[in-house]
Design a protein around this ligand. Structure first.
Ligand code: C2E
Ligand code: MG
Ligand code: MG
Ligand code: MG
Length: 288
């Protein structure tokens, strides 16, 4: 973010910000000149259900491997792509790649996909995503779209209408990073939601802060009263999990249960999980 300080007529940029601006310019150039279809790919992070003791779905996370820039993280290029008008192109490419991967997974595993502000402000674009799901002959129920409060903030009524369209087609909607930034309870009331993801900034404080613990417990409790599934994001340590366990969370996503991984590794994890279930069933039959 370029912080500007108005002093008279003069706008001074902080040194760090000008470095960031240079990066943004290089990123924008490569968005224009790079071969995005080839360079963009997805990694997949498991969402684990402690009660069912299995992974129910994966979140697709964007990565960009560019010959000049190297590996670029989404926090660096998504914002630039939004400002320079490349975001829908990027979302489209990634979404098709995500669907191709999902097609290789068993029917009971879902995929969550992040949408940005510009994506959901455009009804036609969102409908084109639904078209891709149909073309891929996938059940919309296996897809979930993650949105953040910044994405819906500018026009809540429009976002809400567009998201309702996705939801009435059978897709699920998750509110991402809840509790960070300007997240408001109004979103829980106004948006058509299935799921809320509690931001990692709370989770990481839980072991040392009773206040954070109570906040997470309260949001978790509220979600269950509102019939929303709740995800604890960014659980990294056994210590965090030990404290969070007593909340009986619906889902956990974090390094403790799995880092973002390649499609191949995700398929392996799914296969291992099915094998474990099969082993368990055999043992059950044998002992019965
Ligand atoms: P997010 O949607 O909240 O995704 C979670 C981020 O937290 C991911 O970072 C993930 O790698 C990281 N994470 C997961 N578990 C842990 C943990 O235990 N500890 C720590 N420290 N981090 C953890 P990533 O992949 O760098 O993505 C950053 C953000 O970029 C995402 O936050 C999302 O807002 C955005 N993003 C990612 N992919 C896409 C995309 O395809 N489209 C759009 N519009 N945005 C995307
Ligand atoms: Mg997300
Ligand atoms: Mg998040
Ligand atoms: Mg985030």
């Amino acid at each position: 973010k370029a912080k500007t300080h108005f002093r008279g007529q003069c706008i001074l940029f902080e040194a760090a910000d000008s470095e960031e601006m240079k990066n943004a310019i290089a990123i924008e150039r490569e968005l224009r000149e790079g071969n995005l279809e080839e360079e963009l790919f997805l990694v997949f992070q498991p969402q684990y259900s402690p009660s069912q003791k299995r992974v129910l779905s994966f979140e697709a996370l964007a990565r960009w491997e560019n010959p000049k820039l190297g590996l670029v993280r989404p926090d660096q290029f998504i914002r630039v792509a939004e400002r320079s008008g490349f975001i829908q192109k990027i979302t489209g490419i990634l979404f098709r790649k995500g669907l191709a991967e999902l097609k290789r997974w068993p029917d009971d595993i879902g995929l969550s996909f992040n949408l940005s502000a510009r994506d959901i402000s455009d009804q036609t674009f969102v409908l084109s995503l639904l078209g891709e799901i149909m073309k891929a002959e996938l059940s919309p129920a296996r897809l979930e779209f993650e949105i953040t409060e910044t994405a819906v903030m500018s026009d809540l009524a429009t976002s809400s209408a567009v998201l309702s369209r996705l939801r009435s087609s059978g897709c699920k909607i998750a509110l991402d990073d809840f509790g960070s930034g300007y997240s408001s309870f109004e979103y829980l009331d106004q948006l058509p939601l299935d799921k809320v993801k509690i931001d990692r900034s709370f989770i990481r404080k839980v072991p040392h802060s009773i206040t954070s613990r109570e906040i997470v417990a309260a949001i978790n409790g509220l979600c269950s009263k509102l019939n929303l599934r709740c995800v604890l994001e960014g659980v990294e340590t056994d210590h965090e999990m030990a404290v969070l366990e007593e909340l009986q969370p619906d889902l956990i996503q974090g390094y403790l249960f799995g880092r973002p991984m390649s499609g191949e590794d995700a398929r392996q994890l799914i296969a291992d999980q099915q094998q474990q279930n099969a082993d368990h069933a055999v043992r059950y039959i044998q002992s019965a």
